[in-house]
Design a protein around this ligand. Structure first.
Ligand SMILES: Cc1ncc(C[n+]2csc(CCOP(=O)(O)OP(=O)(O)O)c2C)c(N)n1
Ligand code: SF4
Length: 301
């Protein structure tokens, strides 16, 4: 959705001096949420880094209203909040802001229920690919081979295809996004806000602490994930899939940067064996194959 950059709110909704680590992707992403939705957004935040950085009075670091809630209940609380606001005639936008652990593991049941009921809110999974707030434990969104404190030799599993799982609920809007592509994320937020019903945005959010990289590299690593094809930017609108720039130019693998450029900057992949690297590449190719098969079936490729 096109938007006028000059018309974005000038107000700073994310306060300086909050408790985030330097280079925190959750803070960066939340700033974009506030730029896209401004006064209209009410956040529902389950346990995780953001609940500690932004949600806990008196240290709250955002001027957006925040409802802190237990892990399993984020999507249920957002359902109730959104319904109550509508009954009162208010058009505030309820936004769940939950980590990958809080979404793909502990909050999945409530998320699925809200999606299936067609509740009217935006669910954002801020995916830093591990349970960061409690010390970098593996989640079901940790990629293959990544070190975490519970996978010392590298994650033997692979990343759960959560956006596809949510899309299978036939909700009106599902998108992937990245903190390295703010215009794409902001326009997806604005589009989601204009649609009635359940909207899901899966935000890729590289974490310097858990991924072991220099905090000055957060945005670069987010961009490399997309440029190497490890993270694909797309959206489903009423069931129709579309690739978004720059991923729409990367269907041909020869157009992508080598995966090694993304991997080599991260300490969590330092121990990676050639076999692990091949496995990771295989997984990424499978993701692309699935996406391109859908585009072909739609007649768009
Ligand atoms: C039911 C329950 N289990 C465990 C915890 C402890 N806990 C608090 S934050 C957290 C990690 C959250 O990870 P994630 O959702 O990925 O968000 P992140 O910290 O990475 O932002 C855990 C396990 C909890 N608060 N509630
Ligand atoms: S651990 Fe990562 S996600 Fe959590 S506050 Fe620090 S930089 Fe942000």
């Amino acid at each position: 959705m096109a938007f006028n950059v000059k018309a974005l709110p000038k107000k700073n909704y994310i306060m300086p001096g909050n408790a985030a680590c330097p280079g925190c992707p959750e803070n960066i992403g939340l700033k974009f949420v506030s730029m896209a939705l401004g006064e209209k957004a009410t956040l529902v935040v389950p346990a995780g880094c953001t609940s500690v950085i932004q949600g806990l009075w008196p240290r709250q670091g955002t001027s957006m209203p925040v409802l802190n809630i237990v892990f399993a209940a984020a999507a249920s609380a957002a359902s109730g909040l959104s319904r109550a606001l509508r009954i009162r005639g208010k058009d505030d936008i309820v936004v769940v802001w939950a980590g990958d652990g809080g979404t793909a593991d502990i909050g999945l049941q409530a998320l699925s229920g809200a999606a299936e009921r067609g509740e009217d809110f935006i669910y954002i999974c801020v995916d830093n690919e591990a349970y960061m707030n409690t010390g970098i434990q593996r989640s079901s969104l940790t990629p293959h081979g990544a070190w975490t404190t519970t996978t010392h030799r590298g994650n033997p599993g692979r990343k759960k295809p959560l956006p596809q799982i949510v899309a299978a609920h036939r909700v009106p809007y599902v998108a992937t996004a990245s903190i390295g592509y703010p215009w794409d994320f902001i326009s997806k937020l604005k589009k989601a806000a204009s649609i009635k019903g359940f909207k899901y945005i899966h935000l890729h959010a590289p974490c310097p602490v858990g991924w072991r990289f220099d905090p000055g590299l957060t945005v670069k690593i987010a961009q490399l994930a997309v440029e190497t094809g490890a993270w694909i930017l797309y959206e489903y609108e009423n069931g129709k899939l579309r690739l978004n720039p720059p991923s729409n130019k990367l269907v041909d693998p020869s157009k992508r940067k080598p995966l090694e450029e993304y991997i080599k900057l991260q300490g969590r992949f330092r121990h990676l064996t050639d076999k692990d690297l091949e496995e990771l590449k295989k997984e990424i190719e499978e993701n692309w194959r699935e996406i391109t098969a859908i585009l072909r079936a739609q007649g768009d490729l």
